[in-house]
Design a binder for this molecule. Structure first.
Ligand SMILES: [Zn+2]
Ligand SMILES: [Zn+2]
Ligand SMILES: [Zn+2]
Ligand SMILES: [Zn+2]
Ligand SMILES: [Zn+2]
Ligand SMILES: [Zn+2]
Length: 497
């Protein structure tokens, strides 16, 4: 176990001063300037290590798909359309397809087993015959399964499958015939170029959907596809800026896993009426009862009533001053009520209170994340101002980095409350809660610094303060995530579901 993850007593871990000067704003910053990254402290959390992925547009994907088809065709010596269907059946895993092929004594038997060619073929008499579908006398044609129809009926059938059912793998028209129609046949019957274009587009879409190493980017109007080398849950980053979980397509949600996230989302949707009231921007000052509107992300609130000026926590409404104390557990739900509940109603109420506690925290950080979006603007202005006062472009990048770190921490904190909601109470969960509390406290510190203190500081002091703070916050985030990941690896987390 990571030593930093152990129960802390007084001060919530090591102090910011331990994190000395190091050039931290580099990697993903503007391309115009190439910075030397060699002196970076590698102990800081770098998610980008986990996000090594390719981003492809549709043309590239189609080319990649056709290359795979050509590779298989070179071995099988059948139409590319047949190869595409075969590959589709093998989820585009070429290696496993070829492995199975080599295990088979002969190729024809393999193709029959794969149901891409029929078991036997009859001899069909030439000349016109009656079409089973429309009953007109016409020249009939069909597939290798010998199911035949007139060209018009084929065209109508295929058009319907493509346009209405959006299928790119189409079964033979005969009932109970499972033979998939190869592209060459489909395209021979369809003449309309817009339908052909739609069919080609769907082929690529189906290639992406069924391929375990590819995923559509969920970014609005992005349309690109992300490719990874192996398909487990992990952070992927698209060129449009989307950062999402490769496995479930949701926003990256470490430390909670995809399954619990899905359960949580479902629960939130089901309980929407109970949660509406929480998600508001106003609360009353716990001391003077003045209505306070929250317009920044930081949860350390000072009452606007000049006679009061009470400092309190937006999440728990407790006095801010006690939050740093080891005994104060702002992030921890006191579940005594559920342990002492005797009747079903008492238990129901206790469970609901528990859920609302976690939901409140989850939404609180989400709300902060949104409110802190405004910081990009103020920070930009501050950076311009600093550059006018003799600092170089590189010198002022720490501010942007600090805002990025803050939003990463908000994101992580949000998901820690889902994780905590499902976590059973034991020693490990207590360590987790302690890490969560540390990260939360430090994140509020950084948020407060960026929201409040930016104006009144001397530039060099400010730089030092901001850098120390964001590095320390980044460190706390890494400690928490590492502890969670190690726990998952060692299977120590016990969940209630
Ligand atoms: Zn017909
Ligand atoms: Zn058939
Ligand atoms: Zn994208
Ligand atoms: Zn996921
Ligand atoms: Zn007050
Ligand atoms: Zn609190």
């Amino acid at each position: 176990m990571n030593s930093d993850a152990e129960m802390n007593t007084e001060d919530g871990g090591s102090s910011p001063e331990e994190f000395g000067e190091a050039d931290c704003f580099s990697e993903e910053e503007d391309e115009e300037i190439v910075l030397d990254t060699s002196d970076n402290d590698t102990s800081y959390a770098k998610e980008d290590k986990k996000s090594e992925n390719e981003v492809l547009d549709n043309d590239l994907l189609e080319a990649e798909m056709n290359t795979t088809i050509a590779d298989v065709q070179a071995v099988l010596q059948v139409d590319p359309g047949v190869c595409r269907i075969l590959l589709h059946k093998y989820k585009w895993n070429k290696e496993s397809l070829l492995e199975r092929l080599y295990e088979h004594p002969d190729t024809i038997a393999f193709l029959i087993d794969a149901q891409v060619i029929p078991r036997q073929q009859e001899v069909i008499p030439a000349g016109d015959a009656e079409c089973d579908i429309c009953c007109s006398m016409d020249e009939l044609s069909g597939l290798s399964c010998n199911h035949r129809a007139c060209a018009e009926c084929w065209q109508a059938y295929l058009t319907n499958k493509i346009v209405s059912d959006a299928q790119s793998e189409i079964e033979c028209m005969a009932p109970n015939c499972k033979l998939l129609i190869e592209d060459e046949k489909v395209l021979a019957y369809i003449k309309d170029p817009t339908i052909i274009a739609k069919y080609r587009k769907m082929m690529v879409a189906s290639y992406i959907e069924i391929n375990a190493l590819l995923k559509w980017c969920p970014g609005v109007d992005c349309g690109r596809t992300v490719k990874v080398s192996h398909g487990e849950p992990r952070l992927v980053v698209c060129t449009c800026g989307s950062r999402f979980c490769f496995s479930c397509g949701q926003d990256w949600h470490e430390p909670v896993n995809c399954r619990l996230l899905k359960l949580w989302m479902k629960k939130c949707n089901d309980d929407s009426e109970t949660s509406n009231w929480i998600n508001s921007n106003t609360k009353e000052c716990p001391k003077c009862m003045a209505t306070i509107e929250k317009n920044g992300g930081c949860n350390q609130i000072t009452c606007k009533n000049t006679g009061c000026k009470f400092q309190f926590c937006w999440m728990c409404l407790g006095p801010w001053t006690v939050h740093a104390n080891a005994w104060y557990k702002c992030n921890k739900f006191d579940d005594e009520a559920s342990q002492t509940a005797r009747t079903a109603q008492e238990l129901y109420r206790a469970n609901l209170t528990r859920y609302l506690f976690y939901y409140n925290r989850y939404m609180g950080h989400l709300q902060s994340l949104r409110l802190e979006g405004k910081l990009n603007k103020t920070v930009k202005a501050k950076m311009d101002q600093m550059q006018n006062l003799s600092m170089s472009w590189i010198d002022v990048q720490f501010l942007r980095k600090a805002v990025d770190v803050l939003s990463e921490c908000r994101n992580t904190l949000m998901f820690t409350y889902i994780f905590a909601f499902y976590l059973k109470r034991d020693n490990n969960s207590m360590i987790f809660e302690s890490n969560q509390k540390d990260l939360e406290m430090e994140t509020e510190q950084l948020s407060g610094l960026l929201e409040r203190d930016l104006e009144n500081e001397d530039l060099l002091t400010l730089k030092q303060k901001v850098q120390d703070t964001f590095r320390y916050v980044e460190h706390r985030r890494k400690v928490l995530l590492d502890h969670c990941a190690e726990g998952t690896e060692q299977d120590i987390w016990q969940y209630n579901e």
